[in-house]
Design a protein around this ligand. Sequence first.
Ligand code: SF4
Length: 258
Amino acid sequence: MIDPRRLARGLYWERAWSLVERCTRVSDGCKHCWAQAGHDRWKRADKVMPRPDRLEQPLRRRKPTVYAIWDDLFHDAVPFEFIRGAFAVMSLAERHRFIVLTKRSKRARIILADIHFKDCAWPLPNVIVGTSVETYDYAWRIDELLACDAACRMLSLEPLLGPIECHLKPLKPTREFEFGDAARARIDWVAVGPETGSGRRPCKRQWIEDIVGQCRDAGVPCYVKALDIDGKLVVSMDDPRWPTWAPRELPGLIEVTT
Ligand code: SF4
């Protein structure tokens, strides 16, 4: 479904679904948010603005596609009914995959517990719900994500600004007995990378190597988007500086075209 050449360039989605204009910064990781910077530069909207006119875009696309929702769908200024409409489209567009990333995982948890649709499998099997965490100060977002009603949960550690303990549980069954929600509450995929763009803050190789190790120990796929090697950003896996310990793995939900 996704072109391996995109993956080699550090891109794990194919199309952006820009459902909300603008966002507001919530934490350190937002400092150089390029989506926010673009809105600042082009003055496309002076307040957070849902775009109902774009809701049906994925329904018009036949080719199975991996969509990433830009900005933050779970921003407080986005009404419940709009978010419900977005998930209704995702449920109808079964052929696509959707990555819904938020820094507002508490609101995501509350809304996803309340949004179920009749006559459809829930949680939606084609939707990856994820949260972004930049330092351990925001690790509470991971606990909120684990409590989210989602078929696939993603942890985005980008930009990584410090060491993080990811709260991963083995994806494969263990001898440990767990039941119900506790058994299902797992992180299914981790993406990690340094900050990009001008003024980017440093990201130690050790921090990323440690995340890769946590994923390997738990059997969770890990996608290293880029690396900060001697102060230079290295993105391509074809670069001779790309180390063998840095994988680009995907969750089962996203297939690679051959
Ligand atoms: S929450 Fe996400 S989209 Fe919003 S300002 Fe922060 S980084 Fe940008």
